[in-house]
Ligand binder design. Structure first.
Ligand code: F6P
Length: 357
């Protein structure tokens, strides 16, 4: 008999359900008897013992369903070790609930913040297996996270729609793409939709270079320009500020990202009509794309296999086209960002895309 606790934590994304279904199907298809405890709303469910016992029926028909059947929440790692408002030690509470239910392991699906807590619980002696979830694709130890490809599809669609109206009105359009502190989503959606300028946090931009590209397109008679801007993009000027100073600057802005500031600056310097579109949380919504359904199912199956083999303390990842298991301590606290020298960046530049650098 194996008793498995499962939870989804952090921002949701497509294919969370597909991944959980993959784990559970693999376990049910083994000779092992299995009990599944689904903790509700992320780590909160484990802290406050809010769970549901799940059976095969709960996982039926969820391969294509967006969101998470367990609910999720953000529980900041920085405060997870602080007592709650009633003085409860959250880490101890999670451990106690794990032991009270006599769990054999926890399957945790999440991104960067989630992995810090998962690693902490593993170091505290709990058996933990994690799966790499995030539209940002910024998790260390895996070439790909599930949710990413679905979000690329949606952001690409958004830029495609903007393309026709931008061309008709001969405007400059900024489409702000999610991605937190990295530019994977923007770079891929930008390339897929033929953006002319792609601004990502890893390559700080120079406003004059952005304007040069807009004017170059004007001179060629294109008349419009599409700029895909990562929400975390930063100008060369701002990159010189300390983290504290930059945070203060963002806090003072009505929309805490570079998009509107950039739009105003371009408008002022060129006299062009500039518009901003922010697809926002749409990028995390809806059904997973076929790639993510397959990918998340495969990750889930590998996680199920690790559980059957009693192998714990790992994230299941994907490296060089192989499923791999990565020690949690190698994943926690590290960000996978784009190197400015990456071949995809060089290829984008060969295609004439400007990074404003
Ligand atoms: O990490 C996923 C993500 O969608 C980021 O791209 C974005 O910065 C953030 O979550 C938004 O968070 P929230 O859902 O808390 O607004």
């Amino acid at each position: 008999m194996k008793r498995i606790g499962m939870l989804t934590s952090g921002g949701d994304c497509q294919a969370l359900n597909a991944a959980m279904r993959g784990v559970v199907k693999t376990l049910y298809n083994s000779k092992e008897q299995v009990e599944i405890y689904g903790f509700l709303n992320g780590y909160k469910g484990l802290i406050y013992s809010k769970f549901q016992m799940l059976t095969g029926k709960d996982f039926s028909g969820i391969l294509t369903k967006g969101g998470t059947i367990l609910g999720t929440s953000r529980t900041p790692f920085k405060t997870i070790q602080d007592p709650d408002e009633n003085g409860l030690n959250k880490v101890e509470a999670m451990k106690q609930n794990y032991y009270k239910l006599q769990l054999d392991c926890l399957v945790i699906l999440g991104g960067n913040g989630t992995h810090k807590t998962a690693n902490l619980l593993s170091k505290e002696g709990l058996n933990v297996i994690t799966l790499p979830k995030t539209i940002d694709n910024d998790l260390w130890g895996t070439d790909m996270t599930f949710g990413f490809q679905s979000a690329v599809d949606i952001a690409t669609d958004a830029i495609d729609y903007i393309h026709t109206t931008a061309a008709s009105h001969r405007r400059v359009f900024i489409v702000e793409v999610m991605g937190h502190k990295v530019g994977w989503l923007t770079l891929n959606a930008g390339m897929a939709s033929g953006a002319d300028i792609i601004l990502i946090p890893e390559i700080p931009y120079d406003l004059d270079k952005v304007i040069d590209k807009i004017e170059e397109r004007d001179q060629r008679g294109s008349g419009f320009t599409i700029i895909a801007v990562a929400e975390g993009a930063i100008s060369k000027k701002d990159a010189k500020l300390s983290k504290k100073e930059y945070k203060k600057k963002l806090e003072k802005m009505p929309h805490p990202s570079v998009s509107y500031e950039l739009a105003a600056a371009i408008q002022e310097k060129t006299g062009r009509e500039v518009r901003v579109t922010v697809p926002g949380h749409m990028q995390r919504g809806g059904s997973p794309c076929p790639y993510d359904r397959v990918f998340a199912s495969r990750l889930g199956a590998e996680a199920g296999k690790l559980i059957l083999d009693n192998q714990y303390g790992f994230m299941v990842g994907y490296k060089n086209r192989e499923m791999v298991r990565v020690p949690l301590e190698d994943v926690a606290g590290k960000l996978k960002s784009i190197s400015p020298d990456a071949s995809i960046v060089k290829e984008a530049k060969l295609l004439g895309i400007s990074f404003g650098d």
